[in-house]
Design a protein around this ligand. Structure first.
Ligand code: R5P
Length: 297
């Protein structure tokens, strides 16, 4: 089987470098040009006729990326690519999965429709599946999900003594239970009520039982960090150990990182799906294994 060609428009950092070295190849060159009027063009410099092409793009700040990405996929199609896959370590627009207020759109569906129109397959890491349980219910192309739980569990085992895993809301249960099992540690799932983008209330039952444990907060996304900040504020009243915060996808909108530190987090750790200096958990192995499993490489 001929090796697929690997491309990216906007991604850089540890994860894509590690994937390239596992591929034992380099990224193919693309000329990406922005005109004075902010229109853009892409130019592919390799011969891709009859080749399988894989685009690696992680979707924090997705709006600026999506149109150039569609142009890239369409250019590949025009130049005779055999098939075009998308590795999206962080998949955006997964949280607006219902009409929360009258008149709103369900953007998770619209974003999925866009990707589905231009790509032959997609793989991603822990997408925010809540009311929609399977990625295939949104994405009608082959869509695979990888989980960061084993990698996170490994990091906790190596770095934290006597942890109690804490999930800030019911959605986090899916990750927290799996990680707790791997680490062989207790866990608590809290109740979160969201009143607005930055207005959240958390309740913490039973934490008194774990006064001597180190709280390890785990969530899929850290965006404004309000969810974790609220959790820490409550925890501080009940447990003396400064908590460790682990996010799979660290978006860190605005002052989120500093807010978490100020609230009392002793460490903030993320997986490397979105490049950030908190990246300490590499996921290139699960991505590479999934590509092998799906016969993409
Ligand atoms: C939503 O329920 C997610 O699992 C996260 O809890 C949420 O996206 C975190 O957002 P923020 O950091 O803005 O509180």
């Amino acid at each position: 089987m001929m090796k697929p060609l690997l491309f990216t428009l906007f991604s850089q950092g540890q994860l894509i470098e590690n994937i390239c070295s596992k591929f034992d190849s380099q990224l193919e060159a693309i000329n990406f040009h922005e005109f004075p009027d902010y229109e853009t063009s892409v130019q592919i410099n390799s011969n891709i006729k009859n080749c399988s092409c894989i685009i690696f793009e992680t979707f924090h700040h997705p709006n600026n990326k999506i149109l150039p990405l569609i142009f890239l996929a369409e250019t590949m199609r025009d130049l005779g690519a055999k098939d075009i896959g998308l590795i999206a370590p962080y998949l955006a627009y997964m949280r607006q999965d219902k009409r929360f207020h009258p008149g709103e759109g369900i953007t998770s569906r619209y974003f999925a429709k866009l990707i589905t129109n231009y790509f032959d397959w997609v793989i991603t890491v822990d997408p925010h599946l809540h009311r929609i349980h399977h990625l295939q219910d949104l994405y009608t192309i082959p869509a695979s999900v990888m989980h960061a739980t084993k990698n996170i569990a490994q990091w906790i085992k190596l770095n934290i003594d006597n942890p109690i895993l804490i999930g800030p809301d019911i959605e986090s249960k899916q990750w927290v239970i799996e990680i707790a099992k791997e680490v062989n540690a207790p866990f608590l799932i809290l109740e979160k009520i969201r009143h607005g983008d930055r207005d959240i209330k958390i309740t913490i039952p039973e934490i008194e039982r774990y006064k001597t444990h180190t709280p390890v907060l785990v969530d899929d996304i850290i965006s404004t960090a309000k969810t974790m900040v609220e959790t820490i504020i409550h925890l501080k009243k009940l447990n003396n150990h400064p908590p460790i915060c682990i996010g799979i996808h660290g978006i860190f909108a605005g002052s989120a990182y500093d807010d978490l530190l100020k609230a009392g987090a002793s460490k903030i750790i993320t997986c490397n799906t979105i490049p950030h200096f908190t990246n300490q958990i590499d996921l290139s192995d699960i991505i590479f294994d999934k590509l092998m499993e799906n016969n993409k490489i």
